[in-house]
Design a binder for this molecule. Structure first.
Ligand SMILES: Cc1cc2nc3c(=O)[nH]c(=O)nc-3n(C[C@H](O)[C@H](O)[C@H](O)COP(=O)(O)OP(=O)(O)OC[C@H]3O[C@@H](n4cnc5c(N)ncnc54)[C@H](O)[C@@H]3O)c2cc1C
Length: 590
């Protein structure tokens, strides 16, 4: 049922959007008309070229037919537009607004959310550029941290009546769920969204928590550096990737996002400021990742950087047969020469495995700028290698590679704009894609949310690589969603919520299932509980942004709470922040 993934509801968003879009369009069309010397519609000023003719034309009968024809020609598009708009409104009226929003949600997304998303992006891009050029961020940073400390102390002075949480509205996050706690907890406003410092000598970038991956790549790749692990979607934030989880196709070498971090700066429950590293306040350093803001507020992080090269030399290899897929994938994930390893599974026994290295040289005939707006969606492009059963080699500009799944939000956009990969749409409107996940969520109505919950899965399960085959069978039996994202990562043996069972680093794999389940009689709760049970049984982990159906005991069976609970007690978190389970479980979100 295609509608299940819909995210639109005009009740909250559309009037504002419509007003902005129409204002934008009016001025743009007017400017175009004036530039072209077009007389315009009645009521709009005519251009200089037209005015004298019109004035003279009043008494010149021989010229009248020509003037009329010109006017008619100008009116025609406007009349057609008006007729289209009328037909559209009539259709909405006949079908009912809810039907249109659920079954034809692309109408709302294309007309309103795409232009608005573009405006958002331009605003944030320009803002980040200006801030970096003015170098104002480091100066303002300390003042902003003091402001957070002040808010926490005030909360304490007022009797610590409720728990605290970050003040970022739930709809702005990438996670598809919104925490109910935002309405009941004390919201601490964290206005920290800038890159503070790039130190190429120490090979460190220091950033504020709301800095996004899009911001990081825009700056770092332009000066020849990059993060060793750079999660794909532009809008993922550093804070979310540390306090939640972050992973990329380079994680088999470098680990999860938390493993490339060298220091965290936090404001604690008593309003004090603390910096932690593997050697200084190390308990806190290891307990922070995956804690979802329940040990303190992150105000800055230091992250390793590595030199970047211009391209990724990417090899595509179709593989058939589950056993062969698992063997090939494991082999490539163990090879340190591969800078990037990723697999897309199109059915239980068909996959394309991609391996890449960074390079400064490219064979021009094999250069493929996949991020250009008119290019096919990446997962469709990859699928072609499977369909034609041929291997391939391409040189992809580094930044295009990093954000390869951004335009189609992995493959989620095909449910929202079914014709989004059609060449005509790509060439005409591809530059506005994708709609912002935050706006899709903001404009999501209750009916859609419920449909989405029951008929759509967005889950990432992290399991040991040695269990891959068994895990893929389980995914097929319990949810049956394709394509499936396969991303290997090395999990070091470190203290904290997530680590391997033994005392040594172990190769794991992230299995990402996003889409409409195809098992008969899919029932979200029971199917997901079955999957969660399997993941626990192999010492795996569920990413905490997704719907979690485990009860508290099951949750703490999956995650190691020993260090976490010790620190919550030591730092006085029990009265200040909810326990991580209470923040992410199904009951806590809608
Ligand atoms: C459609 C989709 C695509 C995704 N794609 C990827 C992907 O390509 N790669 C990947 O690695 N992951 C991906 N994820 C998962 C993603 O890693 C998580 O959602 C992650 O938590 C980042 O989301 P965010 O930046 O919106 O953080 P948020 O959801 O805002 O934050 C996550 C948690 O951290 C806490 N937090 C955030 N900032 C602070 C702070 N300053 N102080 C204290 N606590 C804080 C929040 O309270 C929250 O509990 C995807 C998820 C979805 C739904």
């Amino acid at each position: 049922m295609k509608s299940a993934g819909s995210w639109s509801d005009p009740r909250r968003g559309s009037p504002l959007v419509a007003a902005r879009v129409s204002a934008h369009r009016t001025s743009a069309t007017r400017a175009n008309r004036e530039a072209a010397g077009d007389p315009g519609l009645p009521g709009l000023p005519a251009t200089g070229a037209e005015r004298p003719r019109r004035g003279a034309g009043g008494g010149d009968r021989r010229r009248e037919p020509a003037a009329l024809t010109a006017r008619r020609r100008t009116m025609e598009p406007a009349v057609s537009l008006a007729v289209c708009a009328l037909l559209f409104l009539l259709w909405v009226r006949v079908k009912g607004l809810e039907f249109v929003l659920i079954h034809q949600r692309w109408v709302f997304v294309c007309l309103f959310l795409l232009p608005l998303s573009l405006i958002f992006d331009i605003y944030y891009y320009v803002r980040a550029w200006v801030v970096f050029k003015l170098s104002s961020a480091p100066r303002l940073h300390e003042q902003r941290v003091r402001d957070i400390q002040k808010q926490v102390r005030e909360w304490k002075e007022q009797g610590s009546k409720t728990f605290m949480c970050t003040g970022r509205p739930g709809w702005l996050t990438v996670s598809l769920r919104v925490g109910k706690y935002k309405k009941t907890h004390k919201n601490i406003m964290i206005n920290l969204m800038d890159i503070l410092e790039v130190d190429t000598k120490k090979q460190i970038v220091r950033v504020e928590p709301l800095v996004t991956m899009g911001q990081v790549t825009a700056l770092l790749t332009s000066i020849g550096w990059t993060l060793p692990v750079l999660p794909e979607l532009d809008d993922l934030t550093v804070g979310g990737l540390i306090m939640g989880t972050g992973i990329e196709s380079s994680s088999h070498k470098y680990g999860l996002f938390q493993h490339i971090c060298t220091a965290y700066e936090l404001v604690l429950a008593d309003g004090s400021f603390v910096r932690c590293t593997p050697s200084e306040n190390s308990d806190l350093f290891y307990a922070v990742p995956w804690s979802c803001g329940t040990l303190g507020f992150l105000v800055a992080a230091e992250i390793r950087i590595i030199p970047a090269k211009k391209y990724v030399k990417l090899r595509f290899e179709p593989v058939r047969g589950l056993e062969a897929i698992c063997a090939k994938f494991t082999h490539e994930s163990q090879r340190q020469e591969n800078h990037f390893v990723e697999g897309l599974l199109y059915s239980l026994d068909e996959a394309v495995i991609m391996t890449g290295v960074m390079t400064d040289e490219a064979e021009p005939s094999k250069l493929n700028s996949i991020g250009n707006y008119y290019k096919p969606w990446f997962f469709k492009h990859v699928e072609n290698y499977l369909k034609t059963n041929r291997e391939g080699l391409e040189y992809i500009p580094l930044r295009h590679y990093y954000h390869r799944h951004t335009r189609s939000i992995f493959w989620e956009l095909q449910d929202i704009i079914p014709f989004g990969n059609n060449p005509i749409f790509r060439y005409l409107f591809g530059w506005m894609v994708p709609p912002k996940i935050s706006l899709l969520k903001l404009t999501q109505g209750e009916t859609l949310r419920k449909l989405y919950e029951q008929h759509h899965v967005v889950q990432d399960m992290l399991v040991p690589m040695k269990c891959l085959q068994q895990a893929l069978h389980t995914f097929q039996n319990d949810i049956h969603v394709y394509p499936i994202w396969l991303c290997p990562f090395i999990l070091p043996s470190q203290p904290g919520l997530v680590h391997p069972k033994g005392n040594e680093a172990e190769l794991y794999i992230d299995i990402g299932a996003y889409g409409e389940p195809r098992v008969k009689h899919f029932e979200a709760r029971s199917c997901m509980r079955q999957l969660e049970k399997f993941v626990r049984s192999v010492h795996g982990f569920q990413m905490l942004y997704a719907d979690c159906y485990m009860n508290r005991e099951e949750f703490w069976e999956m995650f190691d709470g020993s260090l976490y609970h010790k620190l919550r007690e030591k730092l006085g978190c029990q009265d200040a922040f909810p326990e991580v389970y209470d923040k992410i479980c199904k009951a806590a979100r809608h």
